[in-house]
Design a protein around this ligand. Sequence first.
Ligand code: ADP
Ligand code: YYY
Length: 419
Amino acid sequence: MSRRTMALLSQWTSRVFSVDMDGETVYFKIHDTQTGKGGKEVLRMFGNIQKGASCYSLLVSSGEKIHSARFHWKLKDKLSTALPPQCRFSPMCSFLPGVRDSLVHGYFLQAPSSDSSATTERLLRQWLRLDDPLLVCSYLHEENTPRWIQHLWNTEQNHGIVPSEAPESHPATLNLINSDVFYSFQAARDVLQKCADIIPEAASVLELLPCDGDMEARSKPDFPIIVLEGLDATGKTTLTESLRDALGATLLRSPPPCLSPWRARFDQEPPILRRAFYALGNYITAQQIYSQTSKTPVIIDRFWHSTAAYAIATAVNGPVCDLPAEGSELYRWPSDLLQPSVVFLLTLDPEERKRRLKDRGQGETKEEHELDLNQVFRLRVEEAYKRISGPTCISVDASSSAEQVLRQVLLLIKAKRYL
Ligand SMILES: Nc1ncnc2c1ncn2[C@@H]1O[C@H](COP(=O)(O)OP(=O)(O)O)[C@@H](O)[C@H]1O
Ligand SMILES: Nc1ccn([C@H]2C[C@H](O)[C@@H](COP(=O)(O)OP(=O)(O)O)O2)c(=O)n1
């Protein structure tokens, strides 16, 4: 048994478990059945489970963050292909309330018939024999009672299940720092360095990064640095190009074009790798800004706001009120990342944005497709954008014509004396 598994087991009864089932998150804890404290109340989730179904939970118990994240990511494909088609699986996690980095991810499985449960059990036992970093439990309905028992494999421990209240902050916020959002160049670079031997593309990205010495704070830029932010199709590209022409500025973007060959590769990886890649893109763009800002104003298409807002809104997967509260340290600007003079956040009515996406006729990224399907995700991204601290961020209604939006932004730039 690995050290990480032993550590998890030693905290087992203090942990809260959560399952995302049918758009709802159910939290539960366990109690020692021997003491009679066990759950008299049946969880709604378990109450809804089909009679005769067998249930299992799998939690990834690897101690190494990147390995654990990649294993969890691939486990989803493994479950979709290997499980009998009638089996359902839902995302689940376990955490110690309020304890940073205590979150572990996994899946909750339901096998509706004895056949499917026999196949599922066989598979799980096979995977465990392969030394997969998994903690497996089965859930048993205690006969003639409304109680469910959690049976922890390999330890033969049984515990009763009791409902638990939702934690004060969304469990994903416990592990956000350095797994979803990176607040320094070094923290993001560490992730790529650690996986360079398994992902050759990471080595290519590392070669493009600035040296440590280049990251030191520079003197105040001579010309303004203006960032345009907003969801896809809000008009960023259109406006950045017209601002470039109107101000005689240099136009840059993040991620920078030199990272394009590797973007699709990192988009397929779990959040820790994907978000580290985008975080590093900002530092490369920052170097390019430094080399231009003594000569011309600089306009940038997406920067840190995009990196942090999409990362937070993806990790925290509930309603907008589940986001970290305004003022949370999770919205802070990385202390070693250049701060622009101003950020304009383009906002657009969802219907108009959809119309523009359609008119543009381009394939959407998977994430953008999800934005359409998932209005709540879109709302979370927009709200997270607004909560990020650091440079002044001004929301601009981008629903009028391109010329009017340009005029409005030029007026703001002049009125606030950014030029
Ligand atoms: N103010 C505007 N009014 C109407 N259409 C616009 C406006 N700004 C941009 N568009 C159109 O909407 C689409 C998306 O704009 P684009 O600048 O590519 O957005 P983004 O860079 O934010 O994805 C494009 O087809 C563009 O021509
Ligand atoms: N500076 C940046 C830019 C984009 N990202 C991420 C955030 C989202 O996952 C995607 C959004 O990119 P998308 O391709 O949809 O955006 P555009 O087409 O450039 O408007 O990229 C980032 O993390 N940091």
